[in-house]
Design a protein around this ligand. Sequence first.
Ligand SMILES: Nc1nc2c(ncn2[C@@H]2O[C@H](COP(=O)(O)OP(=O)(O)OP(=O)(O)O)[C@@H](O)[C@H]2O)c(=O)[nH]1
Ligand code: SF4
Ligand SMILES: [Mg+2]
Length: 356
Amino acid sequence: MDRVQISVFGPANSGKSTLVNAICGQEVSLVSAVPGTTTDPVRKAIELPYGIGPAILVDTAGLDDASLLGPERVRRTKQVIDTTDIAIVLDIENPSSKELLDQLGQADIPVVPYEKGETVEELLKTVAAVLPKNGQAYITGRLVAKGDLVVLVMPQDSEAPKGRLILPQVQVIRELLDRGCTPVCCTPDSLQSTISGLKDAPALVITDSQAFKFVNETIPADWPLTSFSILLAGAKGDIATFVEGALAIRNLKPGAKVLIAEACTHVPNTEDIGRVKIPAWLRKRVPNLEAVVSAGNDFPEDLSPYSLIIHCGACVANAALVRSRIRKALLAGVPITNYGIAIAALQGILDRVSLP
Ligand SMILES: Nc1nc2c(ncn2[C@@H]2O[C@H](COP(=O)(O)OP(=O)(O)OP(=O)(O)O)[C@@H](O)[C@H]2O)c(=O)[nH]1
Ligand code: SF4
Ligand SMILES: [Mg+2]
């Protein structure tokens, strides 16, 4: 489950850092009488009461006086909006809050105004009341039910981190256990022997999307098949938009520019799925296709040069970030899809896979 991100916004010197410290019960952020004390966003992971649970609390720089902050810092504060689930806004009537409130409104982010004198307890109870309720949804959705046997195909190749499983795999295994299912894990190499050893057909096979084609050819055609990245796309994005985006691959013209958008800044490796494999598969269909990579926070403001955006699985990012990028893409009229769905489409098995 993602931590809910609660961001504190307001004009300079309005008491944002004081409030963040009061919520945390410790000095997380520097407080002073000088306006512009907080310059970069300050993040604090915290467990909050009243049913809010694990959260990331973000203190921001005041957006009112651009001369104090400079464009780069204003940009960084605005980026916080992209990952925000709930916004606490101080001095909400201040004219300088207007632009911020407009942006929060466009992104459908619930706003909780904070009045000086209100206790932290009162404030958090209001936050709890507006908490998005869909945060509890299962990644595996209705594709599995209690008692189901689920086969997980997880390549542990050079791309896998040494000595551990990647987060989506861990999350799915944990969720299947929570749901009373029986996960059976194997690598592509041991898939054949694993399925030969099964007494009954599994309710679902979940594979790393890189092994899609192989798994599809190895398992019986009537076994439901999906990928970790498709499940995450459902949990963090919007499957219908992503499927439509993947269909736009067919319409790419020679020389088309495609944005590969990654949510984090991992060190790319030579077999990198987003930077190497997907562009290579696309170029087989679209001559001279140009793939441009944006990593972490560097999602371009101007999307007009692109014919398609292919977003990563966003394993370490929250749903709010993916939603904000989908919104920006749709506003710019650029189709958007994600790695898992694009790979299924490129391998011609999008019709075959089970969508959450
Ligand atoms: N009287 C009173 N003063 C407050 C309150 N909250 C904050 N202050 C004071 O207001 C000043 C600014 O507080 P900060 O918490 O640093 O404000 P900020 O919004 O984080 O300011 P920047 O980071 O500079 O944008 C400090 O001198 C605080 O002591 C409050 O509830 N009552
Ligand atoms: S956030 Fe995206 S780019 Fe980073 S590791 Fe996860 S899927 Fe890959
Ligand atoms: Mg501050």
